[in-house]
Design a protein around this ligand. Structure first.
Ligand code: ADP
Ligand code: ASP
Ligand code: MG
Length: 443
């Protein structure tokens, strides 16, 4: 992403993003506007990114489903983008009422271009000209999050959305493009916790988490940050601070963590209820079968998560894989003719699945974590159906109705409620004035 500010600009620039619950009603919008006005009074420039109010995006999706089961992706993105138009304009109006000059911009007006993948578009680039000229004119810029435009030719631009939770990605991308000094994600919790605090009452807030660990947590269901936003922050060296929009307290920094190896620990847990399992029974054990199954799914945009193939017996094998629940109907539709054509015995599906994951850079150096995880789940009576791993993560697929039991048992087994002792290097950094604790972006 291109650097955009003139070197001569000496003022600080902060990007602040407010999530749906922070601006869920008129009263909260006024409170957020007052917070923005306070930040602005410190003298720096400010770009604000907003999500849609409260559950607006879910409500728009439900409205579309009540009209048709099969909404056109282009029309759906046009519809969903209106949620963020609404909130951006209302926040801007609330600032006007406080006497603060402000202007709301859609993603397209803010210069955000994406690929043409409706519903899960990726940001291709940001041309910050308009944002910069509005800042220059003394306005606080309110950018509608979660959206951009895909431009096939200069006369044909389309509205696209960035996937659920995509306002986080807008904020980090804008911070990178503007070389902002800070990127703050304001939400309804105080920061990143060792597990979803809605599920685990003694979950502990982490002061710092590495990009790598946060990315794994986000991809495994910790909805507090969109995974893609963390990835963009990592690539562009944007330090991200996640903090409460209701309380004035220090949040959690997501950044390069120089002590990540030394922590040698499980840092957090994630869970995801949005999982369905498909099993193809007695699949002919010969070359080309996996390709015949997965190529059409990939073409239809179905994201296959974990794939397990058993050792074959008597020329056949069983093949299981997981997908998100929303893709189950489409997957069945695509695979039914293939199951018949290739002579599989049957296809079974289970939509009441979930996954729980332990994440921590320490996992890669020590062999004991998997067995501790399996022991804790066994003791809690939780059956593991499929296991998958990355270098710093172990994930178990389980029945959805056992998620809470599993997460609480794992939190206890890894003693995540206990504060982490400061490491030697951290103590030294603190004594020397601290290098690791600021939230300056080093882009
Ligand atoms: P916003 O509307 O501000 O984008 P989200 O609902 O997307 O907020 O994300 C915040 C929610 O994420 C919290 O209310 C919390 O329940 C959930 N969450 C899941 N995992 C975690 C975690 N590890 N730390 C903090 N919050 C988490
Ligand atoms: N409003 C969008 C959603 O609900 C984007 C966001 O909240 O970040 O997914
Ligand atoms: Mg969110």
């Amino acid at each position: 992403m291109s650097a955009a500010r003139m070197p001569a600009m000496s003022k600080s620039l902060v990007v602040q993003k407010f999530g749906g619950s922070s601006i869920a009603n008129a009263d909260r919008i006024r409170r957020v506007a007052a917070r923005i006005a306070r930040e602005r009074a410190t003298g720096g420039d400010l770009v604000v990114v907003v999500s849609a109010m409260g559950d607006t995006t879910d409500e728009l999706l439900a409205l579309a489903s009540s009209i048709t089961e099969d909404s056109d992706p282009r029309e759906l993105d046009m519809l969903l983008a209106t949620g963020e138009h609404q909130s951006a304009t209302l926040v801007s109006m609330a600032l006007h009422a406080l006497g603060v000059p402000a202007i709301a911009l859609s993603g397209a007006q803010a210069g955000i271009t994406t690929d043409g993948n409706y519903g899960k578009a990726r940001i291709a680039g940001i041309d910050p000209k308009r944002i910069l000229s509005e800042i220059e004119a003394g306005r606080v810029v309110i950018v509608a999050g979660f959206q951009g435009q895909s431009v096939r030719d200069p006369h044909l631009s389309e509205v696209t959305t960035l996937g659920r939770g995509g306002s986080d990605t807008t904020a980090v991308a804008v911070a990178a493009a503007l070389e902002a000094d800070r990127c703050q994600i304001f939400t309804d919790v105080r920061g990143i916790y060792t597990a979803d605090p809605r599920l685990v009452s003694d979950a502990r807030q982490l002061p710092v988490i590495s990009y790598e660990e946060m990315m794994e947590l986000a991809h495994q269901g910790a909805q507090v940050m969109q995974g893609r936003a963390v990835e963009l922050g990592w690539v562009n060296h944007v330090v991200i601070e996640v903090l409460s929009s209701f309380e004035d307290l220090p949040g959690t920094l997501i950044k390069e963590d120089p002590f990540v190896e030394q922590r040698n620990k499980v840092r957090g847990l994630a869970h995801d209820r949005n999982v369905a399992k498909v099993t193809l029974v007695e699949v002919p054990d010969r070359p080309g079968v996996a390709h015949a199954v997965f190529a059409p799914l990939a073409e239809a945009g179905v994201n296959v998560d974990t794939i397990v193939q058993n050792v074959g017996h008597h020329g056949t094998t069983d093949l299981s894989f997981t997908i998100t629940r929303g893709d189950l109907a489409k997957t069945k539709r695509i695979l039914e003719p293939i199951v018949r054509e290739l002579g599989f015995r049957e296809m079974t599906t289970d939509s009441a699945m979930a996954k729980v994951s332990i994440v921590g850079a320490g996992i890669q150096n020590a062999p004991g974590y998997a067995s501790r995880m399996f022991a804790a789940l066994a003791e809690a009576g939780v059956n593991i159906e499929i296991i998958s791993t990355s270098e710093i993560r172990i994930t178990c697929m389980i029945a959805e109705d056992q998620v809470e039991t599993a997460v609480r048992a794992l939190h206890k087994a890894f003693a995540l409620e206990e504060p982490e002792p400061l490491l030697q290097g951290e103590l030294a950094a603190e004594a020397g004035g601290g290098s690791g604790g600021t939230s300056k972006t080093g882009a």
